[in-house]
Design a protein around this ligand. Structure first.
Ligand SMILES: [Zn+2]
Ligand SMILES: [Zn+2]
Length: 233
């Protein structure tokens, strides 16, 4: 299950302006005035401007600036925070900033999300076709376990963690674990892939390669896709 979304890598404290094309009045100033927006831990945001520093509550639609206090208006700070959240420059009030365990890029995840996270490029969807970089085998993802590879113990009785396996030495111990089944071990029932009974294997996330997201490696008739055992009983 994917919860993360990519975040832009803008500095948290540097005052920036946004492109102001097609905006007027407060909307224009909300975009064009230099402001530095920073999320707080209590779902609010600090907005630093050349004339003062204010706190914006996006959910309550309020701001601590004089403009808001006097006019009760939707001030430029409130607008600016809304714009930056919409453009994914800032986490939404229900999110926090995290980093992708594979590439280190900033991602926004729900406050409750724990363990290592993945960006949209490195995230896996359940049911997605992947290839094992070590063996070249084709697999189908069943789930992403948001726990480190050196914390997840493999259920083979050895007591070893995913990271302990020699074949995983080249992949990050800190990466989330992806569970997948070998393509040959699943069957299709009424056109749907049936995972029950297929043994699940655990991999560090970067050991598995997305198949259908890579140019020149898309499933196509006569290729990878035809290997799915569609009629097996
Ligand atoms: Zn304001
Ligand atoms: Zn990533």
């Amino acid at each position: 299950m994917t919860h993360s979304r990519n975040a832009s890598a803008s500095s948290a404290t540097r005052k920036t302006t946004l492109s102001a094309d097609g905006y007027e009045g407060r909307s224009l100033r909300a975009r064009a005035d230099p402001m530095a927006v920073r999320p707080l831990r209590d779902r609010r945001y600090v907005v630093e401007t050349n004339t003062g520093t204010y706190v914006v509550d996006l959910e309550a639609r309020s701001c601590t600036c004089p403009d808001y206090a006097i006019r009760g208006a939707r001030c430029k700070h409130l607008r600016r925070v809304a714009i930056e959240v919409n453009e994914r420059r800032q986490p939404a009030p229900t999110e926090r900033r995290s980093v992708c365990a594979v590439c280190g890029r900033a991602v926004f995840v729900p406050f409750g999300a724990t363990g290592p996270q993945l960006c949209a490029d490195h995230e896996f969807e359940s049911g997605e076709f992947v290839r094992d970089r070590e063996s070249g085998s084709a697999l189908v993802v069943t789930s992403v376990v948001h726990r480190r590879a050196d914390e997840v113990v493999v259920e083979d009785g050895s007591g070893r963690t995913v990271a302990d396996y020699e074949t995983n030495a080249d992949y990050g111990d800190h990466e989330p674990v992806v569970e997948a089944v070998y393509l040959g071990s699943i069957r299709a029932v009424d056109g749907r892939l049936e995972f029950d009974g297929a043994r699940r294997y655990s991999f560090p996330a970067s050991r598995l390669r997305h198949v259908d997201r890579e140019r020149g490696d898309r499933p196509r008739p006569g290729g990878f896709q035809s290997q799915v055992p569609l009629a097996e009983a």
